[in-house]
Design a protein around this ligand. Structure first.
Ligand code: FE2
Ligand code: FE2
Length: 411
């Protein structure tokens, strides 16, 4: 490789690495790592596995060829699975030996290799895997976080070629940055989930799986909603990152509501219901000293996730810090009226659909999961009443992805 080309490639990889450090959420980071690596190596497809205890968990995948077979705006549906860290599979071998493996043709791996290619995915999807570059995601302190696998390098004529051996050092460098960023995002996710655990001690319905699903649904609905409106992809990515995490804390205020009310098996009295509704304002108070985009989004979501499009929700126009009613929005009885339509921040309008969808679709202490048809009918009926119609529209158009998310996070 000549010096000029080497410099170009180096600056390309450094730019991709800088981008990774702007992402905070784990799911969004997986997306960004894979698209960055694929862009650099001109790979048609790829996957990321993360190490969980002593197995590799297939976490995320992209595939341009299969993507092109889908309708515009639709996403690939995939299932997650685990494989052992041993020398039998390619990803397992890479994790076990902590070595990069560059394969020219997955169907012509020599017999003397310890690993072999599993063609189950090709058979199911009609895809043909040929060249593969698989490398460990190890932090700069040599901690294995996962495995990155790039599939089918493409030349300019759209023909599959081998991954260049010459360029391996660049991609290895990227993998270290990716692993460092992943380690940090995993830690952030773990802290959020620990906060949820504290709420769960109080309210058994607010589980880690529930909030992970609500976060992932909200990010997906937002992306569909925003791309339809021509919002620039960079802005969509930035907002999605914030929303994915902030929506997990929608019910954080429940930590301040007494067990007597949260766990009451019977219907709440008027006073008890009044107290219960305060979880919105109390939750917002947690983010009182707003200083980042994340705090601001978490504040808006906690405060407004029970507002309704038609103005019949709560807590309405009150100041969460002082409890004072905003005199501009009093109804004829002197009560604050609920916020309505676009007075409710977009993120809260989205989380409200995501939260109700998940609550109805899941088993709760007081009910069995509803069949999907019944859930969707209710959400459609409530479009324009409880929910923002444009959000319901986005929700319905990404329902297959939401279903897929449901199976990714189970209680
Ligand atoms: Fe709530
Ligand atoms: Fe919830």
């Amino acid at each position: 490789m000549d010096l000029q080309r080497e410099n170009e490639r180096l600056s390309q990889i450094l730019n991709l690495e800088v981008e990774l450090f702007q992402v905070k959420d784990l799911d969004i980071l997986l997306e960004r790592i894979l698209s960055g690596a694929r862009l650099f190596a001109k790979a048609d497809a790829g996957s990321i596995y993360t190490k969980e205890k002593d197995v590799l968990h297939f976490k995320y995948t992209q595939n341009d060829t299969l993507q092109r077979r889908l309708e515009f705006g639709k996403k690939l549906i995939y299932s997650t699975f685990s494989i052992p860290i041993n020398t039998r599979s390619i990803a397992g071998y890479v994790a076990f030996k902590s070595k990069i493996v560059n394969i020219e043709d997955a169907y012509k791996i020599s017999q003397d290799r310890l690993y072999s290619f599993d063609n189950k995915f090709d058979k199911l999807s009609g895809y043909t895997t040929k060249s593969m570059l698989t490398l460990p995601l190890e932090t700069s302190r040599n901690k294995l976080i996962g495995v990155l696998q790039l599939i089918n390098a493409m030349d300019d004529n759209h023909e599959v070629i081998s991954f260049s051996h010459e360029e391996e050092p660049f991609i290895k460098h990227f993998a270290i940055s990716a692993a460092n960023a992943l380690e940090r995002a995993q830690m952030t996710r773990a802290i959020l989930l620990r906060m949820i655990k504290m709420i769960e001690l109080h309210d058994p319905n607010e589980t880690g799986a529930h909030v992970n699903r609500v976060g992932a649904y909200a990010a997906e609905i937002y992306e569909t909603w925003a791309l339809k409106r021509g919002i620039a992809p960079d802005e969509v990515n930035r907002q999605k990152d914030v929303l994915r995490m902030a929506s997990m804390l929608h019910d954080i205020g429940k930590i301040a509501i007494t067990d007597r009310i949260l766990k009451k098996p019977a219907k709440l009295s008027d006073e008890e219901y009044f107290e219960m509704k305060l979880h919105t304002v109390l939750g917002a108070k947690v983010f009182e000293d707003t200083w980042s985009d994340f705090d601001e989004a978490a504040y808006e979501i906690a405060l407004n996730h029970h507002e309704k499009w038609d103005g019949k929700g709560y807590p309405g126009h009150i100041n969460p810090f002082t409890g004072e009613k905003d005199p501009r929005f009093l109804d004829h009885c002197g009560h604050t009226r609920g916020k309505q339509e676009e007075e409710i921040p977009l993120f809260a309008r989205i989380v409200s659909v995501a939260d109700v969808y998940d609550a109805l679709s899941s088993k709760r202490s007081y009910k069995d999961p509803w069949p999907e048809e019944k859930v969707l009918n209710l959400i459609k009926e409530d479009s324009g009443k409880h929910f923002d119609p444009t959000v319901v529209e986005a929700f319905l158009s990404c329902i297959d992805v939401l279903r897929n998310i449901y199976h990714r996070y189970t209680d």
